[in-house]
Design a protein around this ligand. Structure first.
Ligand SMILES: [Zn+2]
Length: 209
């Protein structure tokens, strides 16, 4: 039977390919390099002639769930590559520059939805500028909030979780305190600002004058 034969032939071709795949690939590579311009021209001609067919096929392929899954996986992997990171950040910057309104809206929406992240980012930034050691997590801040029963560490005023309460360094960074959870308390803005660069003990100490 012809089917059987051709199936057999295919199987033996597959076997020999597997055995010699490295050699074959190397040969193909050499050929492609030697005939680069020619191949390119042929490809362009082919695409030009079959544009509609190619477009339809591509469209069909892109609509399949397998393809969508593939793209998702691929872009996930791609984004992790260092070259990709560079390229993406350049593209993102370009995009941001041409769409200022969109970004402002999105940013302020995100900030409203993530007050604790906003707080941590600006706090971390200050700590980084001050070049001090240590870090903490949002979970730790939430635990601290619960431990303080939601009150300002200094005056006892109630802190709202969505309201801009301040993350305060017991020993200020400017005086060598670390940016880690052991050195952090939550304070109302008023206390945090009036404490300034004093330690917690100095701030709480009754004034003698
Ligand atoms: Zn307070």
């Amino acid at each position: 039977m012809p089917y059987k034969d051709s199936e057999k032939a295919r199987e033996s071709a597959r076997k020999s390919y597997r055995k010699n795949s490295k050699k074959i690939l190397e040969k193909h590579k050499q050929y492609r390099e030697a005939h680069h311009d020619e191949i390119r021209k042929q490809q362009e001609e082919y695409r030009e002639k079959n544009r509609d067919m190619i477009n339809t096929k591509n469209k069909e392929r892109r609509a399949t769930p397998e393809y969508k899954e593939y793209v998702k996986e691929y872009s996930k992997r791609y984004r992790k590559l260092p070259e990709a990171k560079k390229k993406l950040s350049v593209n993102q910057r370009k995009w941001r520059e041409t769409h200022p309104e969109y970004n402002r809206e999105r940013l302020s929406k995100w900030q409203k939805e993530n007050p604790e992240k906003v707080r941590k980012i600006s706090h971390d930034r200050r700590a980084k500028i001050a070049n001090c050691e240590g870090t903490y997590t949002i979970e730790e801040i939430n635990e601290l909030f619960a431990w303080q029963r939601g009150d300002c560490y200094y005056c006892g005023e109630f802190l709202y979780i969505d309201y801009p309460y301040h993350i305060d360094h017991v020993i200020p960074i400017s005086r060598g305190g670390p940016n880690s959870i052991e050195n952090i308390v939550l304070a109302c803005p008023h206390c945090n600002i009036s404490k300034n660069d004093r330690t917690a003990a100095e701030f709480l100490e009754p004034h003698c004058d």
